[in-house]
Design a protein around this ligand. Structure first.
Ligand SMILES: [Zn+2]
Length: 387
């Protein structure tokens, strides 16, 4: 598995052209067109891929009873035997083939995640396109992937900067390259994977697929999994009717909802802006940091969308969820004293007296840089403007 941080599928098509062509044309890789993220940043998207658990349940149940190195990750109880050094992508691409040669005929799992060139720069991927393409080409030429499923993927799109003001969804990319022998010997399995390439797929499904590969028996995951498991192996058929909720995708990351723009200066827009600022201030008050952080004020509501098709997400909070009982919005604001930009999903319904309430995590859209130096915790870093 070779991962690249913060490159959306569309950005991959734009900037990793040679790599993409090599994957599609020379390795017959499948491009999962509707691959969807399930979390905001790297960890909540990689964790489900490796463990089958979402962040929430992981924190709640798994971490209390187990340590990471005893989890069922596929590698089971073995320690990670070889690790690459940190370094620029050039070094990495020099080191990787050596590992591949050493393990040529031994079953193994390798996972690499590259951050440096793409995390801060929406155009950074183009600088490493050649490295990736040449690396993949060397694997093919030396016959190092004749018995190997190669997965080339990212975790999410770029997370901050001006591009976040555009309607981009920031969906990650996911390419699976099966070895030719496998493709020839298992046409019926490949047909299913191919069909699934155009269906709604998540990191949970990649986990399920990895387990099927590990046990070399398609369907093993399905038999072992419980109702709590959200993943479906790509060797099973994924329904074209699958919804984000079925797939375990939280509302803010679901690309299947409809959006209708609303007037930002409407009463709803102004109420949403005020309620969002109030919730940020409440979070700072609760964390006891109002001594070091400025209280925020609403600058402007910059974007307001009504979200259709998201009612089922509000079941718990609103009891009834027909579209007349609940309204869901996505709101973007700037705040004072510093022009911080935030985005949040908000809802209101009869049960809560039509009061606008934040749903899920609030996202920061522009870089906070050093302005939050006085706090440490992740969420506060996004919100606090130090005095
Ligand atoms: Zn990331």
């Amino acid at each position: 598995m070779i991962g690249v941080d913060s490159v959306s599928r569309l950005n991959m098509i734009r900037h990793l052209k040679r790599t993409r062509h090599f994957l599609l044309d020379r390795m017959q890789a499948l491009d999962l067109e509707d691959y969807n993220k399930v979390g905001l940043n790297t960890f909540p998207n990689i964790l489900p891929m490796m463990t089958g658990h979402a962040m929430k349940e992981f924190n709640r149940s798994v971490l209390k009873t187990q340590h990471l190195d005893t989890l069922h990750l596929g590698v089971q109880k073995r320690r990670i035997p070889y690790a690459l050094r940190r370094g620029p992508p050039r070094n990495l691409h020099l080191q990787l083939p050596q590992g591949r040669r050493v393990f040529r005929d031994k079953p193994h799992f390798a996972f690499t995640f590259l951050t440096a060139s793409t995390h801060e720069d929406v155009n950074g991927a183009s600088q490493v396109d050649g490295y990736h393409a040449r690396y993949l080409s060397s694997l093919v030429e030396e016959g190092l992937v004749n018995n190997t499923l190669l997965i080339f993927f990212s975790d999410h799109g770029i997370r901050w900067g001006p591009v976040r003001n555009t309607p981009q969804g920031g969906r990650p990319f996911m390419y699976l390259a099966f070895p030719s022998r496998f493709r020839e010997e298992h046409p019926e399995l490949m047909q299913r994977v191919q069909k699934n390439a155009a269906r709604l797929v998540t990191p949970f499904d990649i986990h399920a697929t990895l387990l099927d590969v590990l046990y070399r028996v398609p369907g093993v995951y399905r038999q072992k999994s419980s109702a709590e498991n959200k993943g479906i192996s790509l060797f099973d058929e994924i329904s074209p009717e699958r919804t984000c909720a079925d797939a375990g995708i939280p509302l803010p990351f679901c690309v299947c909802v409809e959006t209708h723009p609303l007037n930002t200066s409407s009463p709803t827009g102004q109420q949403a802006g005020a309620a969002l600022v109030a919730s940020l201030n409440a979070a700072m008050t609760q964390a006891n940091v109002t001594g070091k952080c400025h209280m925020l004020q609403l600058g402007k509501v910059t974007n307001l969308q009504q979200i259709g098709g998201a009612e089922h997400y509000m079941k718990k909070k609103c009891e009834r969820v027909s579209s007349t009982d609940v309204e869901v919005f996505r709101v973007r604001i700037t705040t004072k004293p510093r022009a911080a930009q935030f985005e949040a999903f908000m809802f209101r319904c009869e049960v809560t007296g039509w009061k606008l309430t934040v749903h899920g995590e609030v996202d920061r859209l522009n870089e906070y840089g050093d302005s939050s130096y006085c706090v440490d915790e992740g969420f506060l870093k996004k919100v606090c403007y130090c005095k």
